[in-house]
Design a binder for this molecule. Structure first.
Ligand code: DAH
Length: 345
């Protein structure tokens, strides 16, 4: 027996590297198996001189010990699935972080508007996107030949009968459904998706979102409407916001108005967003027409109310100065990521 053999094997054990459990087992067999190198040295040990037995015996036992603990160490370091080349896995490592998405800007303003009106005592009401002519037009006092019923504007699901089925062109239909279902007093806000047969451009889309508001009780006046809109405008655009009302026409309200807010970008001086006027249009509103109340079984002599409707994309555009409506529908991550913490203007 030679000392160099023991040293050579000791060095080999020191350098031993394995990638898989299979390789560890092969190394164990090569060193400690029946025909292994260390086992062979033990066989040879029988022929060693008595004088050297103690020295070689100690060295051999140490070698065997070193090999056994190295094999154990390698075994413990490798987690694999039965001898494959699967990469080493450390189960104590923390997991990969989950990438959180952000809310869509339209959802952010929708929630903001709902929260504001909640504070004023309004509940949320919803209605179907696929509606009938009665709830979208007729009960809202649209004359039979009103152009809004025209194919140009409305997507019909099934036309040609008395009460055609269509995609709602505004959320005012939810007013009607609410008046049919609920008892007065009514205070609701109705957010939802609406559809119009429009060519898609920076300023128009065939799908967009509206929020409708409706308040019916005894003695509700235009002054109440004006106050509600003013409070709302100041909550959403800031405390210095001014409003102005321009006379307008909607079949379902009388009188009707369109509401502008003072431009929150140039503060009335005139810029390209407000087209130099200092004002931005945000919604339509008015006192609910008595015909509309009566159509849904509400006594128009006893009760009065106001209604208003606004486009969510438009409010979001004004709030965050988005210059193209199409951004809302393209799901471009670069656009959506800008709202991961909604910036205030
Ligand atoms: N429905 C109208 C539209 O889509 C918006 C609107 C205007 C709703 C006046 C109202 C209102 O409730 O009173 O253009």
């Amino acid at each position: 027996m030679k000392r160099e053999d023991i040293e050579r094997i000791a060095a080999l054990i020191g350098d031993l590297k394995c990638k898989t459990q299979k390789e560890v087992e092969e190394a164990r067999v090569r060193l400690l198996g029946k025909k292994g190198e260390i086992t062979a040295l033990f066989d040879e040990f029988r022929t060693v001189d008595k004088a050297q037995k103690a020295e070689f015996g100690k060295a051999l036992n140490e070698l065997k010990q070193k090999a056994a603990s190295k094999i154990e160490e390698l075994k413990g370091a490798i987690v694999d699935t039965g001898g494959s080349d699967a990469p080493k896995m450390d189960l104590s490592m923390p997991g990969d972080p989950l990438e959180l998405g952000s809310r869509h800007p339209v959802s952010i303003v929708r929630q903001e508007i709902v929260d504001i009106f909640h504070k004023f005592g309004y509940d949320v009401a919803e209605g179907p996107e696929i509606e009938d002519d009665y709830h979208v037009f007729e009960a809202l006092n649209f004359p039979p030949n009103h152009p809004a019923r025209d194919m140009q504007d409305t997507f019909f699901v099934s036309a040609g009968h008395l009460n055609p089925i269509l995609l709602r062109t505004h959320t005012s239909s939810v007013q009607v459904r609410t008046m049919e279902k609920m008892d007065v007093p009514i205070r609701v806000i109705c957010p939802g998706r609406v559809f119009r047969n429009e060519a898609i451009s920076a300023r128009a889309h065939c799908i967009f979102h509206q929020v409708e508001g409706l308040y019916i009780d005894e003695n509700v006046t235009f002054a109440d409407l004006k106050q509600a809109i003013l409070l709302f405008a100041r909550e959403i655009f800031g405390p210095d916001t001014q409003i102005r009302m321009r006379p307008s026409y909607f079949p379902f309200t009388e009188p009707s108005a369109e509401v502008d807010v003072s431009c929150n970008i140039c503060h009335g001086k005139g810029c390209n967003i407000c087209k130099g006027t200092g004002w931005l249009e945000i919604l339509g509103c008015g006192m609910v027409d008595p015909n509309v109340l009566e159509a849904s079984g509400i006594d128009s002599k006893r009760y009065s109310g106001f209604a208003f409707g606004m486009g969510l994309e438009r409010i979001a555009m004004l709030k965050w100065r988005v210059n193209d409506l199409r951004h809302y529908f393209e799901n471009d991550m670069r656009f959506l990521r800008e709202f991961s913490t909604a910036p205030e203007v």
